[in-house]
Ligand binder design. Structure first.
Ligand code: HGY
Ligand code: MN
Ligand code: MN
Length: 405
């Protein structure tokens, strides 16, 4: 039987790792993320001592099945957060997965196949720019050269992994997708649809495609007082036009979103005309064509700004995750599981990216349960109720029974 109080306590405990009030900063490939893994292992210890951390920092805790050689059912989510994020993104999914497995085993259920609780590493990509890092490594989908990417302090992914006692080569984390029977990910919705519909749980049909990139605008550093306006090649003013253009373009393409979440200027002094500006690009849509249309429009804007402002503009593509339809049969299993706990799940497209995209794109039957959240997401205001979380855990129990018990 799902223990709602135990689940609530564990969500609170996990939120303390990198937490301050309702804000959580537990970046990927850090000691805090490793501390979160250790906490999850401690919760699972009464039922399994078969835990491993792979070379990308992913945590797998294996619960025995009658047929030890059968492909395993994986259930889980990610353990990292964005800077100053919320307590539930990723973390709630891992806690719900642990609760569902513990409740099943505690009530005497025995698995026909192995079940693994997974805590993916560095899903947010907040430090190094590549999101879905851990699950990408596990399913052989890391962008080339990912281990050499560096954070703002010049630390590379390889160095960050070695600092955690790992080899530093995440590519060796790759598993055979055929060893995975199915992957289930519980996750907060991170948007308002379940709240507006008055529903506690939803089931995901598709996950948006995502383009991540980095733009470098090169102008001419100059004196803020002695350089007349007509003689400037101000990199920040040029970049600002592109940021506004992205908002305009994404607003004009159906179901498409475009965000610049990071921006930095050099040298960064109030009396110096910026010589360089580097900013991030995040473009998403449920349609590949819409993503490409927005990116084409931005490319045309860049050509215009290059000409008119005589600045250099370089685009570094960081990651491209395709639109990801999830498995129809797993979707049916999840809908039935949610109905078995007395809820009726809306079918939703996810505007957020998820680790689930990697197993799904690698041929593993994959599904997601959304748990109602309020207050937005990637913010300390993010909130999921203990009751909805417990209902999610009960529904996941039914899905695990259907797929592994
Ligand atoms: O960016 C995302 O959609 C996810 O939260 N990493
Ligand atoms: Mn997130
Ligand atoms: Mn997430």
């Amino acid at each position: 039987m799902t223990d709602a109080a135990r689940l609530e306590t564990r969500v609170r405990e996990l939120a303390l790792v990198g937490g301050s009030g309702t804000s959580v900063t537990r970046l990927g490939l850090t000691a805090l993320e490793a501390e979160a893994r250790d906490l999850v292992r401690s919760w699972c210890a009464p039922f399994s001592d078969d835990a491993r951390v792979d070379e990308a920092g992913n945590l797998f805790i294996r619960f025995a099945g009658a047929d030890a050689e059968a492909p395993a059912l994986l259930v889980g989510s990610h353990l990292d957060s964005v800077p100053e994020g919320g307590r539930f993104d990723g973390a709630l999914g891992v806690c719900v997965a642990v609760e569902a497995v513990a409740s099943l085993l505690g009530s005497g259920a025995r698995f026909a196949r192995p079940v693994e609780v997974v805590g993916w590493a560095d899903e947010e990509g907040a430090r190094f720019g590549v999101g879905l890092f851990g699950s990408s490594a596990a399913f052989g989908r890391l962008p080339a050269g990912a281990a050499d990417l560096r954070d703002r302090n010049g630390v590379s992914i390889a160095e960050a992994l070695r600092a955690l006692g790992l080899s530093g080569d995440p590519a060796t984390a790759r598993i055979d997708p055929r060893s995975v029977h199915a992957y289930l990910e519980p996750h907060i919705e991170q948007g308002p649809r379940l709240e507006r519909a008055g529903r506690a749980l939803g089931v995901v049909t598709d996950i948006v495609g995502i383009y991540h990139g980095r733009v470098r605008v090169g102008g001419r550093q100059d004196h803020a007082g002695a350089t007349v306006m007509g003689a400037r090649r101000d990199a920040l003013v040029a970049a600002s036009g592109l940021v506004a253009a992205l908002e305009r373009l994404a607003s004009a393409v159906p179901d498409t979103v475009g965000t610049v979440g990071e921006i930095a200027v050099r040298p960064g002094a109030k009396n110096v005309v910026p010589g360089e500006c580097v900013f991030s690009l995040d473009v998403r849509a449920p349609s590949e064509e819409h993503i490409e249309r927005a990116l084409r429009g931005l490319g045309e804007e860049m050509a215009r700004v290059r000409r008119e402002r005589e600045v250099a503009i370089e685009v570094e593509p960081l990651q491209r995750v395709p639109v990801t339809p999830l498995d129809a049969r797993v979707l049916e299993t999840l809908v039935a599981a949610v109905r078995s706990v007395g809820a009726e799940p809306p079918l939703l497209v996810s505007g957020a990216g998820h680790d689930a995209q990697n197993p799904s794109l690698s041929g593993v039957p994959t599904g997601m349960i959304f748990i109602r959240s309020t207050g937005g997401s990637h913010t300390p205001a993010e909130l999921a109720s203990a009751a909805d979380a417990a209902l999610g855990a009960r529904a996941l129990e039914h899905a695990i029974r259907a797929l592994a018990a």
